[in-house]
Design a protein around this ligand. Structure first.
Ligand SMILES: NC(=O)c1ccc[n+]([C@@H]2O[C@H](COP(=O)([O-])OP(=O)(O)OC[C@H]3O[C@@H](n4cnc5c(N)ncnc54)[C@H](O)[C@@H]3O)[C@@H](O)[C@H]2O)c1
Length: 381
């Protein structure tokens, strides 16, 4: 195979990454799309490939023999069904995160992956950001010693827009936003410490979004649209204060990782700003990122001072492409996996483990903070 012929299932918001795969004279090309929305399929035809096969029934796409690989870009609760069907149809699969919304769902996917002999890759694009790759290199170099503590603060500015105006707002669709958003962060904690979480406890609540508004209320038809602080008149428009919303917007998770490392993760959806702040403390020093100013600070204990932020400051540069250049790189790695069996930076077991932490943290929150042990499953190699 010289060129991977791809089909896309779900051509919504995330399908902006299609531009990195659709290279008709390159090593991958998009030849088909499936979506339940005819309007989105029409948009796909106009913006990507007018000649492509389109269908509202994804089974028809999977039945085509001229498709080698499929990207699953549908809402989280559909990943399990779509990934398993695609593997069973003999396709290589790229699946957006989270892999599934239950651990059992992830295990069923991992079983099917093994049976099918096909490649399955998870869309952990944060592993492809130069910020996190540099942090990993610094930790692996040993300069801050053995990691003992990890503190992560996630300020999800615009959380209201992205997660409470559409399907993301219910546990039925996502389990919780600790899978939707934090599956990336639990994965980065695991990856940078080279350790998986073994115990989890969490507190959280729905403090700002949700409420008593009708589930079918959309902002443009609302009589409070001139005064509502969360009004959204284009794009995602379901009311952010509707009754069905039941996923926490304020969560704090504490974890113990293999080797006794302690980690914490805090996520809030009504902050005015957006950033992810990671601090790693080791036996010889501390590493911290500042993703607003694209910097990484390293401070070692031997510096003998305690006022300065760092001994060494790294200035990071975004690479071309969305998500700081991570999206073109992860898309290319999927093609390299299919064409050349080149192992990507992610693994499906890591995808399963980040879901396991998100599910345990959610269960802990909803049972008053109970401590839960994480099952490493039967797939660990
Ligand atoms: N890695 C990242 O940076 C990143 C960023 C954004 C979204 N995502 C992930 O991408 C996925 C999609 O998110 P989104 O924001 O694009 O959602 P979206 O709602 O904008 O798009 C989902 C699309 O799937 C379609 N769809 C729904 N049911 C379907 C079905 N049964 N068959 C075929 N199509 C169906 C919808 O009509 C829609 O077009 C999510 O899992 C999300 O977590 C990842």
């Amino acid at each position: 195979m010289k060129q991977v012929r791809m089909g896309i299932i779900g051509v919504g918001g995330r399908s902006s990454i299609m531009e990195y795969w659709h290279k008709p004279s390159g090593d991958s090309v998009i030849v088909a799309a499936a979506d339940v929305s005819r309007a989105r399929l029409e948009q796909f035809k106009q913006s990507v490939n007018n000649e492509a096969f389109v269908t509202t029934d994804y089974h028809e796409l999977l039945a085509r023999e001229d498709i080698d690989a499929v990207a699953i870009l549908t809402p989280d609760f559909l990943h399990e069904e779509h990934v398993i069907a695609a593997l069973q149809a003999g396709k290589h699969v790229y699946c957006e995160k989270p892999l599934a919304i239950t651990v059992e769902g992830c295990d069923r996917i991992l079983d099917e992956e093994k049976k099918s002999g096909k490649h399955l890759m998870i869309g952990f694009n944060m592993r492809y950001m130069s910020m996190y790759q540099t942090m990993k290199e610094i930790i692996d170099s040993g300069v801050i010693g053995d990691i003992k503590a990890v503190w992560v603060r996630h300020f999800v500015g615009l959380g209201g827009y992205f997660y409470y105006h559409d399907w993301h707002g219910t546990a039925e669709n996502t389990t919780s936003l600790l899978l939707q958003k934090a599956s990336h962060d639990f994965d980065i904690i695991h990856w940078l410490t080279s350790s998986y979480a073994t115990k989890v406890s969490a507190f959280g609540s729905l403090d700002y979004y949700g409420g008593d508004q009708p589930n079918d209320l959309h902002c443009p038809a609302c009589n409070k649209k001139d005064t509502c602080p969360e009004v959204s008149l284009t794009g995602l428009t379901q009311c952010a204060f509707r009754k069905e919303i039941d996923v926490e917007d304020n969560s704090m998770v504490i974890m113990e990782l293999e080797g006794g490392i302690k980690a914490s993760y805090m996520q809030c959806h009504f902050t005015p700003d957006y950033s992810r702040n990671y601090t790693f403390i080791g036996t010889k020093g501390r590493l911290e990122n500042d993703d607003v100013n694209d910097k990484i600070y390293v401070k070692t204990r031997k510096s003998g001072s305690w006022h300065e932020m760092s001994d060494i400051t790294y200035n990071m540069k975004d690479l071309p492409g969305t998500h700081g250049g991570a999206d073109p790189r992860i898309c290319q790695d999927f093609i390299a996996l299919v064409l050349h069996n080149k192992q990507p930076l992610t693994t499906t077991f890591a995808a399963r483990m980040s879901v396991a932490v998100g599910c345990a943290a959610t269960e802990s929150i909803r049972s008053g903070g109970k401590m839960l042990e994480i099952d490493l499953g039967r797939h660990e190699s």
